[in-house]
Design a protein around this ligand. Sequence first.
Ligand code: C5P
Length: 218
Amino acid sequence: EPLVVTMDGPAGVGKSTLARMTAQALGIAYLDTGAMFRATALALGEGAWDLSGAELEARLPGIVFGLTGVGDCSTLLCNGAAVGDEVRTEEVGRWASLLAVRPEVRARQLQVQRSLGLGTSLVAEGRDMGTVVFPAARRKFFLDASPRVRALRRVRQLEAMGQAADAAAIEQAIRERDRLDRERPVAPLVPAPDAVIVDTSELTLHQVFERIMDAVRS
Ligand code: C5P
């Protein structure tokens, strides 16, 4: 029986880091579904959120995903190439959020994410992993933190990657992304009823990781 752990929450809450750490500790694959939406947005290009439903349905099957390796070595492939930092910009994140409201995109992602998880143990990270994609997961987590705290964390992350960061603009972008993710009719960002909710605002990364591992082991 494959072990599935889901990790959902808003942008910039530290889900990616924690999901990767958890996957590494458990020796299972890490699936970054935000990176799938971002890679899709980058492949389709700016403005793709305005394409007709039929056009989206025609183009989405041409974007093929794969998942190899476990833990720190988990690699998401898009059309055969490893998805990397090119999708991690604020701009591509915004494109991804705008595309993610389209039902055609969500339907395709649901199908592809489930097929990547088929018969595989994994930590699945995103917005609707526990509510929609893997409702039967063994353990579900919902990580949260205030927009201010998340913006400051993102600023540090961008600076570490050598990118310029404007804290006020980033906080505003995070609030806008929250709004898009929470208010969309299809798969809105909400905790699954059976999710463990962790407010990370006052916790260190290590403290959150401990809570997650305690809950996974219990
Ligand atoms: O988590 P990340 O910031 O990489 O995700 C980019 C965008 O993709 C999110 O803002 C959200 O709109 C969308 N997304 C989603 N469902 C997921 C993962 C990401 O709608 N499971």
